[in-house]
Write a protein that binds this ligand. Structure first.
Ligand code: NDP
Length: 254
């Protein structure tokens, strides 16, 4: 029997990058996976195809998460799909992965940049969890994708780092709040991972060298490196770990 057989997972931002890796891994463990995307339905459908080719089950949920109405839309679509497939809107695992980066330095950051980063990276997970509490089963899991930049000084992307710091604090408090229901809440903090957000600099020789040298293990992270850690915390094996910020940086800046 697979570890997540009979479980239902929602992974936000699962059309591409780390979220796609997490969706593939949770589906391979037997979970039915809701593959959320913002605008790239084509990419989300590629994720579904890859899951189905590997023998798993998944469906798409599209909603832009830059406002509260996007969170409502996500849950409305999710409810409809889950009721149709399972007869109830309950689920077991919520992975808050969708997020955006910044190219503005501290000094360049506008109010608009600041608000957009906080809307997508903090406000959406905050209200998605708040609105999911009646849908998330006791014994469930919440996993927030944070970042290693909450542990090291990386001031050129300050506003982004603040959003991930907020997510860590959210994780700690939620773990206390939801512990009585047997729900664990953890943050996974990736270092540099080879995804679209980093493509512009990571695929240059200098950028690649810089990223490789950052990790004690001497390479750049892949989505599967992060997905394996998420799968552990999502699984029954992870039941006694809660309120933790799990470093997934390959030993960057030790
Ligand atoms: P990608 O840019 O590759 O993918 C982002 C995903 O989030 C996509 O599925 C995208 O959907 C979705 N998304 C983005 N903005 C919105 C929005 N406004 N509304 C709804 N969905 C949205 O990102 P990564 O895979 O690199 O990053 C995933 C998470 O990991 C993020 O939270 C990021 O901060 C974090 N992280 C990444 C690191 C890295 O080095 N890559 C390092 C540390 C943390 P769509 O395809 O529809 O656009």
């Amino acid at each position: 029997r697979k570890r997540l057989e009979g479980r239902i997972a929602i992974v936000t931002g699962a059309s591409r990058g780390i979220g796609k890796g997490i969706a593939l891994r949770l589906a391979a463990e037997g979970a039915l996976v809701a593959v959320h995307y913002g605008t790239r339905r084509d990419a989300a459908e590629d994720t579904i195809s890859a899951i189905e080719e590997a023998g798993g089950s998944a469906f798409v949920v599209g909603a832009e998460l830059d406002s509260l109405s996007g969170v409502d839309r996500l849950l409305q679509i999710l409810d409809e799909e889950l009721i149709r497939r399972t007869g109830s809107n309950q689920f077991d695992i919520l992975v808050n992965n969708a997020g955006i980066g910044t190219s503005s330095s501290f000094i360049e950051t506008s109010e608009e940049d600041f608000d957009r980063l906080f809307s997508v990276n903090v406000k959406a997970p905050f209200f998605l969890v708040q609105q999911s509490l009646g849908r998330l089963r006791d014994g469930g899991r919440i996993i927030n994708i944070s970042s290693g930049v909450t542990r090291i000084a990386y001031p050129h992307i300050m506003t982004y780092n603040l959003t991930k710091g907020a997510l860590n604090t959210f994780t700690l408090h939620l773990a206390q709040l939801l512990g009585p229901r047997g729900i664990t809440v953890n943050a996974v903090m990736p270092g540099i991972v080879d995804t679209d957000v980093n493509a512009s600099w990571l695929h240059t020789p200098d950028g690649h060298k810089h990223a490789v040298e950052m990790s004690a293990l001497g390479r750049v992270g892949e989505p599967s490196d992060i997905a394996d850690i998420v799968a552990f915390t999502a699984s029954p094996d992870g039941r006694w770990v809660t309120g933790q910020m799990l470093d997934a940086t390959g030993g960057s800046h030790l």
